[in-house]
Ligand binder design. Structure first.
Ligand code: ATP
Length: 253
């Protein structure tokens, strides 16, 4: 299967208001695929439609298809919980559970889902996930501390470790560096290069500069419509649409 995720005529409504207006995307596996566009254009909504998180909002309605490795996730036989396990997510605000230790913040999904059996197995998976998220060295001596003393960037890598511990196939990241300082941002951007060897990463960003730095492919969304999609270099150096050119040069948004 060449594509990790495909959408066909994806439409999303909040009540009567259509905010994603028929989007067709093909996300090649093991790439960083950026979705960029100005604030309010529908990026977060689209991302949440990918892993069926959106249906937790009663106002929202999804039409069209979303396929994960060829399987339509909106098929009535598909369990949304399983989809969310397969498609992990990291949000804009680094939000570890404040009342859980660093260790438990990573282990909680595993425990709740009964994915691992013994304490030893959980220990192993927690260490593995923290290493993947490039946080292990910074926290290995304080796994039983609470996350309140971690920096914003560390907290974001902690929730990334929690997502990775579930061994998803696809990782959705919704503006993961929007609230993190430049050093923390650089660390997370560097991590993406390693993570794409094993995962497919769909990164929402309002920053064309970030999309240009980290992505292999980029889609430009404007007011719910897909304006342009393609290899990042091509879209930035030789955009087909006037709107894309305005956006990537900073004239728009
Ligand atoms: N829960 C909701 N109910 C109704 N309308 C919503 C809801 N969430 C978002 N919208 C509307 O849907 C549109 C798309 O919003 P969305 O948050 O997906 O855009 P975005 O590109 O991710 O923006 P941002 O970068 O500011 O998060 C906006 O017009 C927004 O006002």
């Amino acid at each position: 299967m060449k594509f990790a995720l495909e959408t066909e005529d994806l439409r999303v409504y909040y009540g009567d208001n259509m905010v994603i207006k028929g989007v067709d995307l093909k996300v090649p596996r093991n790439t960083v695929f950026a979705v960029m566009g100005p604030s309010g254009c529908g990026k977060s909504t689209m991302l949440r439609a990918f892993n069926r998180l959106l249906e937790l909002n009663e106002e929202a309605r999804v039409e069209g298809k979303v396929k994960i490795f060829g399987r339509d996730v909106y098929n009535p036989e598909v369990d949304p919980i399983e989809v969310r396990r397969e498609v992990g997510m990291v949000f804009q605000y680094p939000n570890p559970f404040p009342h859980l230790t660093i260790y438990d913040n990573v282990a909680i999904g595993l425990k709740l889902n009964g994915l691992v059996r013994s304490k030893g197995e959980i220990d192993e998976r927690v260490e593995w996930a923290l290493k993947k998220a490039a946080l292990w060295d910074e926290v290995k001596n304080r796994l039983n501390d609470y996350p309140s003393n971690l920096s914003g960037g560390q907290r974001q890598r902690l929730v990334l470790a929690r997502a990775l511990a579930m061994k998803p196939k696809i990782l959705l990241m919704d503006e993961p560096t929007a609230n993190i300082d430049p050093v923390g941002t650089k660390k997370i951007e560097e991590l993406l290069f390693e993570l794409k060897n094993e995962y497919t990463i769909i990164l929402v960003t309002h920053s064309p500069a970030q999309a240009a730095r980290v992505s292999d492919y980029v889609a430009f969304i404007y007011i719910g419509e897909l304006v342009e999609v393609g290899p990042t270099r091509k879209v930035f150096e030789n955009p087909e649409h006037e709107l894309t050119e305005q956006y990537v040069t900073g004239v728009l948004g």
